[in-house]
Structure formats: C-alpha cells, structure tokens
Design a binder for this molecule. Sequence first.
Ligand code: SF4
Length: 280
Amino acid sequence: MNRTERARITLDRLRDNIPSPETELRYRNEYELIIAVILSAQCTDARVNMVTPDLFEAFPTLEDLAAATPEQVYPLIKSVTYPNNKSKHLVGMAQTALDAFGGQIPSGVKDLMKLPGVGRKTAQVVASVAFDVDALPVDTHVFRVANRIGLVKDATTPHAVERQLKRVIPKADWGEAHHLLILHGRYTCTARNPKCDACPLTDACVYYERLQKLPDPLDALDPKKGRYYCKTRDHYFDDPATHVDRYDVEQIACPRCGSMNVFDAKTGATTKQVKDFRVN
Ligand code: SF4
C-alpha cells in the first residue's frame, strides 16, 4: 500500500468514527481563538477551556488586552503551562496586532507568525480554523499518529511531517485531516498504550504491523541464572549490550552474539521495542 492510499483509507475510516472533527478549544471569534491556541501550547485543551472564560471576561477586546500588563494577565492563566511567558506573549500579541495590523487578527500564516507567541503551528491553526486558509498544522498528536500509521516516512520534525502529509492528502482535506488526526491521537492512538484494539486502522497501520511481528513471550525462563535470556545463543546474562536497529530504535542486545532476540528472564517478555514517535 503506498502512502497516498494509506492516507485515503485513514481519512475515510476516521471520518466514519469521528463525526465532528473540529477543535475542542472554546472561542467565539478569532481574537478569542488566537488566545486559546497560544495558551494550548504544551497544555491540554481542557485546561485552557477552564481559564479562558474569566480571561475573556476580564479582557473582552484586543484593545483591552493590549492595554493590560503581563502581571494583570498572569493570575488568570497561572494554571496553564508556562504562565509567565504566555502572559507576556498574550499582551505582546494584542499590542502587535493593534500597532501593525490595525487592531485585527491577520488571516495569513506569515503575518500571524509576526505576532509574539505565535509559531508556525499556532499560525496555521488560527489561519485554518478562523479564516479557512488551507493549512495542515502539525502538533504532537499529528506528528505521532502520522509517523505511526506510516503516512510519512523518516519525518523527524513537525515541518517534515507537514511537507510529507501535504503530498499525500488533497489540499481540500488539509483542515479536516488536522482535526481528525488530532482527535484520533488524543483518544485512540494515545502516546502511551495506544488503543489498537478499538482502532479502525489496524490493517493500514505500520506501527501495528510491526507490533504483530514481535516475538511471543517465553515460558519457563529462570531469572536466577541472569536478568536476560538470549534465545539465539540460549544463555543468560545480566549486563546487556545495545544495538540500534534499522528503524533507529536502540534495542537490548546479547553481549556475546549481538542478537536482539533477547527476553526479560523474569516476565518472559521480549525486550524488543517498536519506535512509537512520542515527543518528550
Ligand atoms: S492501530 Fe494502534 S498504533 Fe495504529 S493508528 Fe491505531 S491505535 Fe495507533
């Protein structure tokens, strides 16, 4: 299956499973949206939605926020991540929008990126959601899910993921794909313990396919003989070597023969790992 075909299947199946693919941030206009998206960097949408009602009430317009100080904003957002920086960014964003864009939130990605606190991803989310601009923002969920499913290949940065996704997803679907992949990553293909049993993509997912190829656990190993068991050489050892496999994952290896067919002697489970593309 090529990546274009994989992307088509992915979007079709996710559409069937996620009836309303849209942002979970609560906002009423582009001013509130850009604030919510800035606050959501490295933070959950649920947490952001808890603080924005009071923030929007205290600073209902761009002008109100531009006239404020970061110290006035801080208490209202102190429960989100990085409240110090985000207070400064919010005030700076409002002042720049007032001075450079006539008090409007600009609609283009390049102009949006001139606002403090607005990086490439934030700019694309605002442009796509508020102004219907064709954009495909890549956050931690899109990054992980696109790599796991195999919609992208050897993409190690969000920008690389974005470029590759845009090649295999039709432009008209970029905005929808962004929301579908985020929601799939948030609720099903989670960073820890993805819920593959409940996923509609198992037959199209490279990560799942590799998981199926991991060796079954072994019975009757004796941990008294050593912490690890090398099935290739049939012996136990305590101090493993390591080996980086062809997928760039560091694996535990046998110090004698270099085999990665190594098991935990206590549990019988394989020590082999499948790269899961979590962003730390
Ligand atoms: S099969 Fe598993 S790893 Fe693949 S997309 Fe579904 S939940 Fe994620």
